[in-house]
Design a protein around this ligand. Structure first.
Ligand SMILES: CC(C)(COP(=O)(O)OP(=O)(O)OC[C@H]1O[C@@H](n2cnc3c(N)ncnc32)[C@H](O)[C@@H]1OP(=O)(O)O)[C@@H](O)C(=O)NCCC(=O)NCCS
Length: 167
């Protein structure tokens, strides 16, 4: 398994791990319609094509964990302030959690963000996400505050937790 910068070859694999990962993570706690809307907005092939061919400080492109050509995990991030990076997305094949793959992707994103000048790193995690929160806490992220989740439409009140660590 190696972690590399993604390109066009990885589009379908990224869409699959992010979609499967999102359902596995939030399928029991969020309504089906909400998940379908988010997955359709973020993990469609057109958007991912754009995201693997764009790389700048604000979006550093996707990094993928690949084994025998198969995408096992994907993550991406960028800068949200002069010295602040953020993990915008990080998902694995749900059958390949807890093998160290997420840590390797997080490390690649962290190295990139340090090169962009980050000395702190942020992430948003859905409140109650027990597949994500213990991972970030084990990597020294600290809970900072709650906010309304991105993607809420009128009448929805899903909550995200903002976590932070110095890097
Ligand atoms: C979060 C995620 C990317 C982490 O990747 P991963 O490959 O499973 O994680 P790793 O194997 O690298 O590391 C797991 C670490 O988390 C810790 N951990 C995991 N579950 C834990 C739990 N229930 N309690 C305490 N610690 C836990 C382990 O201690 C482990 O650290 P260690 O290697 O020092 O023992 C992956 O689990 C995932 O896709 N989760 C669902 C999607 C998600 O929530 N993504 C984040 C949304 S932003």
């Amino acid at each position: 398994m190696q972690v590399i910068k993604a390109d066009e070859r990885h589009i379908d694999g990224i869409a699959k791990v992010c979609t499967d990962g999102y359902w596995a993570t939030y399928g029991d706690s969020y309504p089906k319609e909400y998940i379908q809307r988010i997955v359709k907005e973020f993990y469609n092939a057109d958007r991912i094509l754009n995201e693997v061919t764009t790389s700048n400080k604000h979006w550093g492109g996707y990094f993928v964990a690949v084994e025998n050509g198969k995408v096992l995990g994907a993550g991406g991030g960028g800068m949200i302030g002069k010295a602040a990076g953020e993990i915008f997305v990080l998902y694995l094949d749900p059958d390949r959690r807890n093998e160290g793959i997420g840590t390797k992707i997080l490390d690649a994103l962290t190295t990139q963000q340090k090169e962009f000048g980050a000395d702190e790193q942020w992430v948003s995690v859905g409140k109650g996400n027990q597949k994500g929160i213990p991972f970030y806490e084990s990597r020294d992220f600290i809970f900072k505050y709650e906010k309304q989740s991105y993607g809420n439409i009128e009448g929805e009140n899903f909550v995200s937790l903002r976590y932070y660590r110095p890097i």
